[in-house]
Design a protein around this ligand. Structure first.
Ligand SMILES: C[S@@+](CC[C@H](N)C(=O)[O-])C[C@H]1O[C@@H](n2cnc3c(N)ncnc32)[C@H](O)[C@@H]1O
Length: 280
């Protein structure tokens, strides 16, 4: 599936694309009950069962709404990175919002790059002299990231990690990092986001900072990258509410032409944040 971060078709665990005839499954007439239907759980095998279930619900006058993504993050992202072969889906250059802030990063700082993908950002941070840990759910992406780091002659401590796992971060990573860097981590929907942000906050040391780059809802018009679900996207209000006791050093909403591999390309509606955790 193209991340444009996902689209209105589905890729199953076997990589088959299954268009879901979503509008055809909507219930006619007034609904008796409303069900949130998890369209992205379907793959080639389970799609017929899902359609039958949806048709039965429709016959029972149950209205359905569709939202993405119960298919697990690891399988979906592995499929994407595998499909890219030797190419780097988001390129090998650092994200621009990050790279333009090189002056903020000092030799010897520690950084955690979350959902690091194929390593373009963690490798760049290591090249700035930081001690970098990178966590990412896809082992295929991490293998590519290791190759990138070796080729550029830097060390990064890579780990395959589910950022949403309830036991992450481990005690050793709590309050540990000067920087937590989170570039395009909008795989998380609105109900997953609190867990995701909580893990990032826990990993930041008192007085440390999070640098975050994402898309705003306006990106749904551009379709040049990012998930197609408005609930996954950020507004300044969402970010301010998510970090109530943090100091915002920057919170900018802007548009730019970006060229990050084949995954993120073209005019984009972006948001960038640098926020500092209170001293203990
Ligand atoms: C749009 S990509 C961005 C990758 C990288 N940050 C970059 O900018 O090149 C989103 C990344 O989130 C990773 N991801 C998805 N779910 C995750 C999870 N639960 N825990 C950790 N990483 C996850 C994906 O595998 C993918 O590499």
């Amino acid at each position: 599936m193209d991340d444009k971060d996902a689209d209105s078709s589905m890729t199953g665990a076997e990589g088959k694309v299954c268009p879901l005839p979503a509008p055809a499954l909507r219930a006619p007439g007034p609904p008796l009950l409303h069900v949130l239907y998890f369209a992205y759980a379907a793959d080639a095998k389970s799609l017929p069962r899902q359609i039958t279930l949806a048709q039965r619900l429709r016959a029972a006058k149950v209205s359905l709404s569709f939202r993405g993504d119960t298919m697990d993050h690891e399988a979906r992202w592995n499929a994407r990175y595998r499909a890219a072969g030797d190419d780097y889906l988001f390129g090998i250059e650092p994200n621009h919002f990050l790279a333009r802030r090189a002056h903020l990063f000092q030799d010897g700082h520690t950084a955690l790059s979350v959902a690091d993908g194929e390593g373009r950002n963690s490798v760049w941070l290591a090249e700035q002299g930081l001690k970098v840990t990178a966590v990412e759910i896809s082992p295929i992406a991490v293998a590519k990231a290791r190759k990138l780091a070796a080729g550029r002659g830097v060390e990064v401590n890579f780990a395959v990690v589910d950022l949403l796992a309830p036991d992450w971060p481990p005690a050793a990573a709590e309050n540990a990092f000067d920087w937590v860097v989170a570039i395009f981590i909008q795989f998380a929907n609105a109900s997953e986001r609190p867990r995701q942000f909580a893990a990032m906050k826990q990993a930041t040391r008192p007085g440390g900072r999070i640098l975050l780059q994402g898309y705003t809802p306006r990106q749904l018009e551009y379709k040049t990258g990012g998930p197609p679900f408005v609930e996954n996207l950020y507004t300044p209000e969402i970010l301010r509410a998510a970090f109530p006791d943090w100091t915002f050093e920057e919170l900018v909403e802007y548009e730019d032409e970006i060229a990050e591999g084949s995954g993120h390309r073209g005019r984009s509606a972006l948001i960038g944040m640098v926020a500092r955790k209170a001293q203990a």
